[in-house]
Design a protein around this ligand. Structure first.
Ligand code: HEC
Length: 125
């Protein structure tokens, strides 16, 4: 009896952790779709800035810190670090969060969509 219960527990634990891994992967995949709204301007090549700066390694980065990109004064002086909370505010309404930014207005206010996009941005290393 004891062993059966143990097996059952072990099975359900490994089941739930694989579900968690799946949902993380699913969030990243959904975020990748949403990134289509960004990729016109943001290159995924670390060495290249397109119309916008490269977003490789953006999570945890100091705003406006890439060399060779002509950031706006607004972003340069913003003193923001791109943690999750600030990324959320930025994609919810970048020009409200940092008035004077050169980035065209984006507005992703759906909390789940923000989660997906941030999950994807974290994979850009
Ligand atoms: C029309 C072009 C364009 C689109 C579309 C766009 N961006 Fe940007 N992005 C820019 C520009 C230009 C900047 C630099 C802004 C500045 O200097 O004020 C920027 C800056 C950023 C930064 C700050 C990077 C840093 O190095 O400090 C992040 C983060 C960012 N964009 C994320 C996104 C995300 C996420 C999306 C999609 C939801 C997106 N952008 C869509 C042009 C764009």
């Amino acid at each position: 009896m004891k062993t059966k219960l143990g097996l059952l527990l072990a099975a359900s634990i490994s089941f739930s952790s694989s579900v968690m891994a799946d949902s993380e992967a699913m969030m990243q995949a959904a975020g990748k779709e949403l990134f289509n709204k960004c990729s016109a301007c943001h290159s995924l090549d670390e060495s290249k800035n397109a119309f916008g700066p490269s977003l490789i390694g953006v999570v945890g980065r100091q705003a406006a810190s890439l060399p060779r990109f002509a950031y706006s004064d607004a972003l340069r002086n913003s003193n923001i670090t791109w943690d999750e909370e600030n990324l959320r505010k930025w994609i919810a309404g970048n020009d409200t969060f940092v008035p004077g930014t050169r980035m065209r207005h984006v507005e992703i206010t759906d909390k789940a969509e923000q989660d997906y996009l941030i999950a994807y941005l974290k994979t850009l290393k």
